[in-house]
Structures are given as structure tokens and as C-alpha cells.
Design a protein around this ligand. Structure first.
Ligand SMILES: Cc1cc2nc3c(=O)[nH]c(=O)nc-3n(C[C@H](O)[C@H](O)[C@H](O)COP(=O)(O)OP(=O)(O)OC[C@H]3O[C@@H](n4cnc5c(N)ncnc54)[C@H](O)[C@@H]3O)c2cc1C
Length: 330
């Protein structure tokens, strides 16, 4: 049984147990959030021994080179000596420039980091409430368009520790800490004629709003379909901007979808997945982005794959709640 050495003490790590499970079972506080390899809140550093490759999937090469790994994805096969990250090297101070309501539940928070962040629209950052509590929020901003300001969209979860703090306590002018961008849900140029499908519910629009503007900005010529779902019209946001964008770019189509009650003209009845599948039966050769509610993302991945999209062309960011105990993502 491999042993994990942490702050001078060694602990046996059971078969199939992760470093995160092993240390938290000993009462050691290791920051974590999604616990499924997505959010990188549980980053640790290997000081001795090597970690399985899967524990470093999706990390920037600079982090891999320094021995960082995701404790929730690391089932060690040999003895490891580990430490928490040097917080100063990962965190970045940022100023809250503005907080603006987008709909009754979601605010747009604009942040100016102390140094420019190297990121792609659609990736996510971590926002810290304090040393122990941080959450992932996707980037709606586009580096080429909003040079020094990052924009995130935060939905208030009733009783949510970080989202309620953002909604009720955080103010323009406050100083916060964020952690570097991460995630694989972003536009990669190189196939400008490829059709793109973007599906999102609620605050899942945030990364898609970034990705779609990034793609169009980079000269994407293939058709781009963005479906944004909400229970009612009041839940939609950035609709006017997206309508203007669709007028400016004939290859871009914005489809707001309403799943309950009366549907105003120009909007579609149903959830995003049903509406997209009704519009297009075959997604062979499409690139697909799915963001937002984990159930929609899971079902969307399956249905769009069955409708022909290659799994390597499906990029997904389920907005997993902190503490979710879910199977590791592939
Ligand atoms: C990769 C990634 C990107 C994300 N991007 C965004 C984003 O752009 N915008 C955004 O608003 N959120 C996003 N999230 C979710 C976000 O990180 C937090 O999980 C969310 O804000 C709740 O945190 P909290 O501290 O307020 O709630 P917590 O204190 O962590 O949870 C409080 C309670 O609410 C439950 N809960 C948490 N989330 C939900 C939910 N969605 N629906 C119902 N119950 C819930 C929890 O299980 C718990 O019981 C993202 C998550 C991931 C993993």
C-alpha cells in the first residue's frame, strides 16, 4: 500500500483511494471543490515520487513541470511526498471593477487582475472568498476584446457560500484573489469552415459568450449556432448583444430557448438540447461546446455524440457544485 507523506507524517493510502480522500480522512484540510478532476481547487505538489499521468491531465505545462497534480484524481501507485501549493505562486490579486445584474439570479463581475492573465475565452478562473473557500467561474471575456478586464457571471445559489458572498457582500473597488485560468473548453482556430454548436443553460452562457465572440473575432466562417436555455424569458441575458452579433455576422445564429410558460416571438419552446436536435439531425464533423447544468451537459454529450459528433470534438464544462462526488471525467 503506497504511503503519503505530508508535513512530516506518513499515511497509508488504500487501494483506489485518492490523495485527497486519504488526507481528508485524517482530518487534514485540503481545499477542494468539484472533486472530479475539473476545477483544480485541490492542486498539490509532489515533492518526492511520481504521480499517475491522469492526475496532471489539463494542467498547464508550467504546473506539470513543478510537480503539481490534482489530489482528487491521484490514486498513487508508489510512495509520495506531497505539499500544498505555494499559494503566492498560484494566486493573483484582482480589483473588482464592477458588479452588474444580468437577470434576477446572475451578476456579471468584472475584475482587473494585478498582472495580465494568459487565458482563452471559455476557460475558468478560481475566485477566492478566503483561503479555504474558492469556486470556479467561467470567463465570458475575450482577451483580444477586453484587454485588461476579466468578466465572470455568477449565479446565486441559495445558501451558497461563495455565490452568496459575491451577490451580497462583494462590491466594486474590493480587492480579491483569483487563481490562474484553466480548462479545455475554448475555441481553437485552424478549421474556419467547421460548423460549431454551443449549448448552455443559465450561467452556462458565460463561457459560450466568450467562445462565440472569440471564434467570430478570429474569422470563423462556418456556421455557428448558440442555444441558450432558460425557464422563462426573464432568465435570458446578453440577448440584445447576441442579437446584434447575429445581425453583424450572417454565419452566427442565436437561439434563445424557453422551457416553461409562454414563449415570446423570436424564442423557441423547449430545452436547448431538444431544440438543437430538432434543428439539426446530424452533427457529424461539428465541433460542440456544452456548458452549465451537469445533467444537461451529461445528456447533451450523449445525444450529440449519438447524432454523429466525434467525442474528441465535444468540449464540455459541467458546472459541478463543490463537494460533488462524481466519477472522474475523461
Ligand atoms: C468548471 C466550472 C465552471 C463553473 N463556472 C460557473 C460560472 O460561470 N457561473 C456560475 O454561477 N457557476 C459556475 N460554476 C459553479 C461554481 O463553481 C459554484 O459551484 C457555484 O457558484 C456554487 O458555489 P457556492 O459556494 O455558492 O455554493 P456551495 O456553498 O458550494 O453549495 C451550497 C449548496 O448548494 C448546492 N449547489 C451548488 N451548486 C448548485 C447548483 N448549480 N444548483 C443547485 N444546487 C447547487 C450544493 O450542493 C450545496 O448543497 C462552475 C463550476 C465548475 C466546476
Amino acid at each position: 500500500m503506497p504511503r503519503i507523506t505530508y508535513e512530516g507524517a506518513a499515511y497509508e493510502c488504500g487501494a483506489g483511494e485518492t490523495v485527497l480522500d486519504c488526507l481528508t480522512a485524517q482530518g487534514i484540510a485540503i481545499p477542494s471543490s468539484c472533486r472530479s478532476g475539473a476545477c483544480q481547487s485541490c492542486l498539490m505538489r509532489a515533492l518526492g515520487g511520481s504521480v499517475p499521468e491522469v492526475a496532471q491531465t489539463g494542467l498547464k505545462p508550467t504546473l506539470v513541470a513543478q510537480g503539481y497534480f490534482k489530489a482528487c484524481s491521484c490514486k498513487p501507485t508508489e510512495d509520495l511526498s506531497v505539499a500544498l501549493p505555494d499559494a503566492a505562486s498560484l494566486k493573483l490579486p484582482a480589483l473588482v471593477v464592477s458588479i452588474e445584474p444580468l437577470n434576477p439570479d446572475i451578476v456579471a463581475v468584472r475584475l482587473r487582475p494585478a498582472r495580465p492573465l494568459d487565458y482563452r475565452a471559455g476557460q475558468f478562473i478560481r475566485l477566492y472568498r478566503d483561503a479555504q473557500q474558492s469556486r470556479c467561474y467561467s470567463l465570458a471575456s475575450v482577451p483580444q476584446l477586453e484587454e485588461d478586464v476579466l468578466e465572470i457571471h455568477v449565479r446565486q445559489i441559495p445558501g451558497g457560500r461563495v455565490s452568496s458572498w459575491v451577490h451580497q457582500e462583494l462590491r466594486a473597488g474590493d480587492k480579491v484573489e483569483i487563481a490562474d485560468s484553466a480548462g479545455l473548453c475554448f475555441y481553437v482556430p485552424g478549421q474556419p469552415e467547421q460548423p460549431l454548436l454551443l449549448l448552455g443553460t443559465g450561467s452556462g452562457l458565460a463561457p459560450l459568450y466568450g467562445i462565440v465572440r472569440d471564434a467570430l473575432c478570429q474569422g470563423h466562417r462556418g456556421s455557428v449556432w448558440l442555444y441558450h436555455g432558460s425557464l422563462s424569458p426573464a432568465g435570458l441575458f446578453r440577448a440584445a448583444d447576441l442579437t446584434v452579433l447575429a445581425q453583424a455576422y450572417p454565419n452566427f445564429h442565436y437561439v434563445p430557448c424557453i422551457s416553461e410558460g409562454e414563449v415570446p416571438p423570436g424564442m423557441r419552446q423547449g430545452n436547448v438540447l431538444e431544440v438543437a436536435l430538432a434543428d439539426q439531425a446530424d452533427f457529424t464533423s461539428w465541433r460542440v461546446f456544452l456548458c452549465g447544468h451537469p445533467d444537461m451537459v451529461k445528456e447533451g454529450k450523449l445525444q450529440i455524440f449519438l447524432a454523429g459528433a466525434a467525442s474528441a470534438e465535444i468540449y464540455a464544462d459541467p458546472f459541478l457544485p463543490s463537494g460533488a462526488v462524481l466519477p472522474l471525467q475523461s
